[in-house]
Structure formats: structure tokens, C-alpha cells
Design a protein around this ligand. Sequence first.
Ligand SMILES: C[S@@+](CC[C@H](N)C(=O)[O-])C[C@H]1O[C@@H](n2cnc3c(N)ncnc32)[C@H](O)[C@@H]1O
Ligand code: SF4
Ligand code: SF4
Length: 367
Amino acid sequence: MSHVRSLFFGGSLEEIGQRTLRAFQEGRPSEIIWNITNRCNLTCRHCYVDADYSKAPNELSPAEALELVDQIAEAGVPLLFVTGGEPMTRPDFWDILARAQHHGIRVVVSTNSLYIDDEAADRLVQLDVDYLATSLYGPEAFHDAYVGAKGAYRRTVENIARLKKRGIKVGIKTVVTASTYPHFFNLVQTTKDLGCGLLYACDLVEVGRAANQRETRVSGDQLREIADFILADVLKDPDRGIEYDIGALPSIAVYIMKKLKERGIDVTKGVARMKVKSACPVGKGLMGINAEGNILPCSFVQDFSVGNVRELGIRGGVQKLFELGRSPIDGACGECEAVELCRGCRVKAYHASGNILGSDPICLMRN
Ligand SMILES: C[S@@+](CC[C@H](N)C(=O)[O-])C[C@H]1O[C@@H](n2cnc3c(N)ncnc32)[C@H](O)[C@@H]1O
Ligand code: SF4
Ligand code: SF4
């Protein structure tokens, strides 16, 4: 999770960026990403959760889910992402949002948006959800084939308009793979044309249904092409314009920092921030919680848990996660001069070697 614009310049995410940073410095989780269910109405081929029509066997009950929201409030977490699976398939989805509203927790709903109709959009407004992130992978025919649902693109675009009409901000999420890569550059334009303020592009994490999909990875040169394209766009007007959030590729922050320095642009702000909260947020404030209540360093490692919220609670979990954030990194990342700022993608290291403190195999500076 690297917010390219606000890391080095200004932009719309500055304020929440400051709040999350402060939370981490004060020993609280900075953001929680909660997969409230593994159930989904789609079965995308790349899905890291391996979501399908069935729910996880030990899914948190409605009462446990509400109690967890209470705990999140009590722990002073500034930002909660409600995701899945498809979060809107959970029958108590609205109860969870209502409890978060009761506590004044800022919630971002991460959804494929296919269940959003006028009534749902109105309810989101009533529940103070002012930010929603929805997935798009390319142009209409490509997107429909990618998610395996005809009409999905059209409905998503209609639903974005529905939300925006009501004042809800919308971010677009996508994944970078060999098949989505050719569409990435047009997707930036689509994001702008739809009036969305953020494009979250996540490099493919080879886990869940994406395990053993190495052939669908893009090359280092293609990732650098994306980075150069983003940098050129940001530099057109550094403090305004859409935000780019790059997932599972922390070395992009180091790469962009180097490019900015070469142009004589001041990078002090970004360096100061990354010294506190590295570009990979594992152990630096991020907490994942899966559908069964397991506490994870990141949602992309569903099988690496430091304990369960049922026994450990949020406060116990965060201490264990912060220990990870203080641990030295091994291998090539450990020897890198930028390790303190970047720390490499801990989940890619884990999936590649079984060692969460190992070296990130996908580095824009090395490969
Ligand atoms: C798991 S989905 C949950 C929310 C909702 N069902 C949706 O698809 O928008 C959240 C995001 O994770 C992305 N994602 C899924 N599997 C991934 C993987 N293996 N690597 C990187 N991103 C992935 C999806 O493309 C989606 O944008
Ligand atoms: S990526 Fe989202 S929409 Fe696709 S299967 Fe996974 S949870 Fe469902
Ligand atoms: S070697 Fe590791 S720590 Fe250094 S820039 Fe690359 S991914 Fe980041």
C-alpha cells in the first residue's frame, strides 16, 4: 500500500494518512482490513481468498462480529476496510456497518459492487460510509470475461454513478497481471472519466486461486513502465489529481524516490514517513482479520496468523504484529540500503520461501 502522490506531495489522502501514522506511533493499529466473509457471488480466477459460494467453516457469528467492531472502536483504529469475499453477501453486513457508525469508525467498503442498487446506496449514505472501493480490470468485454459474469462491467459503472450521485467517493481497484497489464493505461483514464479519486493497483500475489499462476505475472520492465507512467501523471500537478495506491509492491516507493531525486525534487517528506511506516505496512500498523477471526499481518497471508480475536483480542494481536515490524529482514532485502524505508513485500517473501522475514522476490530496484 503505497499512496504515491500523498507520500511525496499532497492530495486528498493527506489527512487520513496523518491519522493512520499517528495511530501506529501511539501503538494502535493504523488500519484493519477485515474479510468479513469468504463467500462471494463471483469466482475470479486470481482470487487470493479463494472465495466462492460457501462460507468459511468457523466464520465469526453475527454476535462475534458486532463484538469485534466494539473492540476495533475501543482500540482506537482510525480506518476499517470491510472486505471479503463479497462483504455484501453477509446477511449482517448492514448490522456491522451500523455498529461501526455507532462508534464513529471510518469505514471503507471494498466490494465488487454488484449488489448495489438504489436502496443499498441510500443505506450506505445513512450509515455514513463515504468511501467505497470497487474492482475494474479493463474494458467491458475483458472485465466481464475476467470476473466470469456478463454485464458486470455495465453494472459496476452504473453503480459508481449511483454512489457518486449520493456523494459517496469511489476508488477503483485492479490487479496487475499479464492479461490486465495492456489495459492498465486506459484504466487510469477510465478512473478519471468516472470521477473516481483513486486507483488501487495491486501486483498479483500468488496465493489462493492465484497460487501457481506464475505465468500470469508481469515482468520487472512492465512494472517499471507502470511506475514511470504514474510518476509522469503525478508530476503534471503534484498536489492534485487522482491518487495511486500500489499494493504488494513496496519497492515502487524506492524506485519513484530515486526518480524524483534524479530530477532534483525534494523527497524529504516521503523519506520521513517511510522511516516510521515502511512502504510494506506489515508490522507497521496494518492488521488483517480473516472471516474466522484470525489476526494476520496482511490479508494476503490468510494462513499466517498471530492468534484469533476470540482469544487474543485486537490489543493482544497488535503487539504481536508490531514485533514482526521490529524484526530484521533476511537475504537480499536485508542487505539493501533502502530496507528501513521499504522492507520488501513480506507476503511475497513468505509465499516464495516460507519465511515472512525473507527477501521480496519482486523488486523494481533489483530485477
Ligand atoms: C478479494 S477482493 C474482495 C472485495 C470484492 N469481492 C472485490 O472483488 O472487489 C479485493 C481485491 O483484491 C484483489 N485481489 C484478489 N486476489 C488477488 C491477488 N491474488 N493478488 C492481488 N490482488 C488480488 C481483487 O482484484 C479485488 O480488487
Ligand atoms: S476477487 Fe472479489 S469478486 Fe472476485 S472472487 Fe475474490 S472476493 Fe469475489
Ligand atoms: S531489495 Fe527489498 S528492501 Fe530493497 S528496495 Fe528491493 S524490495 Fe525493497
